[in-house]
Design a protein around this ligand. Structure first.
Ligand code: ATP
Length: 447
């Protein structure tokens, strides 16, 4: 049994035992976890059973055609980089192999230094690609600063910092737009897992079937369209954090599998009976009342208790008016710089109005309002009119029949209904659309 070292898992495939031995010694010295195979069949079995980052594949494998083995490995493990090892006389085949998806080739005999450099270079490339993907998805918004002048918010942040370094699962509650996602990323950043990825899964966006494959991955042929094996988010988050956003919308039918994963850290890919493990810390967030949902039978109670080892509840923005000026200033600075606009601050009336407004869409709404104001303001000071407050009784949403575009009216109405509804489902019912449409609209309108 090979121990899996997460810094780099390498598969060596060669039918010459002496080469396998030399390569293994050289790479193990570097701290990589090595497995070896001397036939294509063995290599395929290993790749089915474990996740490798890199493979050194000799194209001359006795009876096996190396190019066929390469093609099968590419389907079984499209994430694994493959470096072809070839004799000088067979350089043409190496070129074919590169066209078939190999990442690079090494010419035999190669020195230990060449081997080490090839391994380090390939692993770095795949790490960077994974990191980039995670960063694109999770990068905290520029200018995010969680500090607060509000005692309730500070106490949430203090608790969050204290528990960040434990592996306890944390449930983050709060109205839409209060910064639950930002807090989850901050907790990951404060934890000892911060060098690994924080992988987000948006629960309402997928059906139970697609969610299972998204989370746990699938085997080729598991369902129509599954043309190659995939690693799931759980695997991507191994050693790091999995953030389940809008957990209240997690498909009920899939909840037993999530529960099992949380309890035992074990899972199977869709269409693949092999049990796998991943060491993942779970953060989840919702603006719904999970306890009520559990009582109604729309959310599993046992899952609720597993997710909810620690609860952090973010106060709505209207309950932390002392933070509004700082947040507004920071957003303004950022947007005037992004859009090269002249505004440098707010008029007193504008600041007072910002602090009085009830912010049904919370920080997200504030951010959007300031972005718009920073674009349309041609003066040094942002005033009521730039914020869309002028002519409105402060605290009310725009009215039908006023000078508003349909989109502005839609935005205002959806924002107000969301702010007055306990759950996304309830808001969707009032609006007469289904929850997934509402979810999309919210993102589209930046609510
Ligand atoms: N402290 C903060 N400083 C700056 N921006 C923030 C802060 N908190 C939240 N934001 C911004 O507000 C917006 C909403 O934040 P976030 O998505 O984390 O909220 P949420 O509670 O998870 O919302 P939802 O429930 O709709 O998913 C984002 O654009 C985020 O960057």
């Amino acid at each position: 049994m090979h121990t899996i070292d997460k810094e780099g898992r390498i598969l060596l495939v060669d039918d010459e035992p002496a080469i396998l031995r030399t390569f293994r010694y050289c790479l193990e010295d570097e701290g990589y976890a090595i497995a070896t195979a001397s036939t294509g069949e063995q290599a395929e079995a290993l790749v089915q059973a474990q996740v490798f980052d890199l493979c050194f594949l000799d194209l001359r494998l006795g009876a096996d055609d190396g190019l066929d083995v390469l093609a099968r490995l590419r389907v079984l493990a499209p994430w694994m980089r493959v470096v072809i090892v070839t004799a000088h006389s067979a350089i043409d085949t190496a070129v074919n192999a590169m066209q078939a998806g190999a990442a690079d080739y090494l010419v035999k005999p190669c020195s230990p230094e060449q081997l080490r450099m090839a391994a380090a270079g390939q692993l770095e490339t795949s790490r960077m690609a994974a990191r980039l993907q995670a960063l694109e998805q999770q990068a905290p918004a520029a200018g995010t600063d969680l500090n607060s002048r509000c005692p309730a918010m500070r106490s949430v942040l203090d608790t969050a910092r204290q528990v960040a370094d434990t592996d306890a699962n944390i449930l983050i509650l709060g109205e839409s737009g209060t910064g639950k996602g930002e807090l989850a990323r901050a907790i990951h950043g404060w934890s000892k897992r911060s060098k690994r990825d924080c992988v987000t899964v948006n629960c309402p966006s997928l059906s139970a079937e697609l969610m299972e494959s998204e989370l746990f991955g699938h085997a080729r042929g598991a369902f129509t369209g599954a043309t190659e094996n995939t690693l799931g988010r759980v695997n991507q988050a191994d050693g790091g954090t999995l953030f389940l956003d809008e957990i209240g919308d997690f498909p009920l039918a899939l909840q037993p599998k999530l529960l099992r994963f949380i309890q035992d850290r074990e899972y199977e890919r869709v269409g693949d009976p092999q049990t796998r493990q991943a060491d993942v810390r779970i953060l989840s967030a919702t603006n719904r009342n999970l306890q009520e949902m559990a009582a109604e039978g729309t959310f599993r109670e046992d899952l609720f208790y597993r997710l909810n080892v620690i609860t952090l509840t973010l106060p709505p923005l209207r309950e932390r008016p002392e933070d509004i000026p700082d947040l507004a200033e920071r957003f303004l600075l950022r947007f005037v710089s992004d859009y090269a606009r002249p505004a440098r601050g707010f008029s007193e009336a504008a600041l007072a109005a910002l602090q009085r407004y009830p912010w049904p869409g919370n920080i997200r709404e504030l951010r959007n309002m300031i972005e718009r104001a920073s674009i349309i303001c041609t003066d040094e000071l942002v005033d009521l009119a730039h914020l869309g407050f002028e002519g409105l009784p402060t605290g009310n949403v725009p009215r039908a029949g006023g000078e508003l575009s349909l989109e502005e009216l839609e935005r205002a109405h959806i924002t107000a209904v969301l702010g007055n509804s306990g759950t996304l489902d309830q808001a969707a019912r009032i609006l007469g659309i289904d929850s997934s449409t509402l979810y999309r609209k919210r993102k589209q309108l930046g609510l």
